[in-house]
Design a protein around this ligand. Structure first.
Ligand SMILES: *Cc1c(COP(=O)(O)O)cnc(C)c1O
Length: 378
């Protein structure tokens, strides 16, 4: 079932997921168990305790590895738990280069938690390769990038950045916004791919989770050790929900992308909107890179309105677009990053424009979505 030559839509439904050998159940069972009976001391069927391993989690880990064209996958209780586990590869004094437009929680984890343990972070504009090359020091151990970025939808050139990094520097890509259906960073030279499976992979706003995918065996063993030693593992039920969500990833991303492009074009023509950020628009400064690096442009659209008041008014006046944090579900969401998802970056080098509004375009009928936005913009 896990023939790596299958297309993504096929792998999404079958990789890691054999019918249950004893019952024939086609869906992976939710192995809701904490422990496993052993036939003799330390003799077991591959599982001894569910923090260390669980068959429902194994299916999800094999699935994300297949989707990202990697050899190994690891599942966590949240996206941040996955990021946290990667950072624990480092030691005090080590240095990390991070894009200056990242998820607010990543910024908070780095600067407010790991900086206290002596890890040093440089926040760099990753669209400028010379800046990045100049930021490496002998202590640099990790280059962390997000593309497209949250919330400004800027792109980082994964292949060029991976090439610019010295051999010993790990290159990790937060692939949450694109999902493996649109972009596969391991094939472009990245060492680690990270996902908040809370978003497009889960796809139905009903679960919080995180995933890593990678190729190197030693790196996998180090991360697997940390996964067990730190213990931020997902519950079997949550693994099941992500497995089920991923089955429709391909067609969902297609519809998210179609809807978002139409909405971005509508917003670009609207007089109340000063700027639209969407990688699929010809006006996007990195549209050519987007075409090269991504197979489609995804469901996230950000816009700048006249001012903060206009932004807050808009997010309170949509009906179909629900005012909520998070993204990537089948239903459309709208939010004000300055006071919501990115409040933790206020007055920091990566703070966001108060007039910014972020849309997570769902898979409802696009005409209904456009009518909703039209009404809200007045
Ligand atoms: C949501 C998100 C995260 C954090 O994931 P959680 O599942 O909320 O812990 C990290 N990166 C990006 C780009 C996200 O959107």
């Amino acid at each position: 079932m896990t023939d790596p030559d299958y297309h993504l839509d096929t792998l999404a439904i079958h990789a890691g997921q054999e019918p249950d050998p004893t019952t024939g159940a086609i869906m992976t069972p939710i192995y809701q168990t904490s422990t496993y009976v052993q036939s003799a001391p330390a003799e077991h069927k591959g599982y001894d305790y569910s923090r260390s391993g669980n068959p429902t989690r194994t299916a999800l880990e094999e699935l994300i590895a297949a989707l990202e064209k990697g050899r190994y996958g690891l599942a966590f209780a949240s996206g941040l738990a996955a990021i946290d586990t990667v950072i624990r590869l480092l030691n005090p004094g080590d240095h990390v280069i991070v894009g200056n437009d990242v998820y607010g929680g990543t910024y908070r984890l780095y600067e407010r938690v790991f900086a206290r343990f002596g890890v040093k972070f440089s926040w760099v504009d990753l669209t400028n390769l010379d800046n990045v090359r100049g930021a490496f020091t002998p202590q640099t151990k990790l280059l962390w990038l997000e593309t497209p970025t949250n919330p400004l939808l800027a792109l980082a050139d994964i292949a060029a950045l991976a090439k610019s990094a010295p051999q010993e520097v790990l290159v990790a890509v937060d692939n949450t916004f694109a999902s493996p259906a649109l972009q596969q960073p391991l094939t472009m030279g990245a060492d680690i791919v990270m996902h908040s499976s809370t978003k497009y992979l889960g796809g139905h706003s009903d679960v919080v989770g995180g995933l890593l995918a990678l190729n190197d065996e030693k790196l996998y063993n180090d991360l697997k050790f940390l996964q067990n030693a730190v213990g931020a593992v997902p519950a079997p039920m949550d693994c099941f929900l992500v497995l089920r969500g991923i089955k429709t990833l391909g067609i969902r991303m297609e519809r998210h992308s179609q809807n978002a492009l139409q909405i971005a074009r509508f917003l670009e023509d609207h007089p109340a909107v000063k700027k639209v950020m969407y990688p699929g628009l010809e006006s996007h400064p990195q549209h050519e890179l987007a075409k090269r690096q991504m197979s489609d442009f995804g469901g996230m659209v950000s816009i700048i309105l006249e001012n903060e008041e206009a932004a807050k008014r808009m997010v309170m006046q949509t009906k179909l677009f629900a005012l909520a944090e998070s993204l990537g579900g089948v239903e459309s969401l709208i939010e004000h990053p300055y006071s919501m998802t990115h409040a933790s970056t206020a007055a920091s080098p990566i703070s966001v424009d108060p007039a910014l509004v972020r849309l997570s375009v769902g898979i409802e009928h696009v005409d209904d979505l456009i009518a909703d936005l039209q009404r809200a913009l007045g």
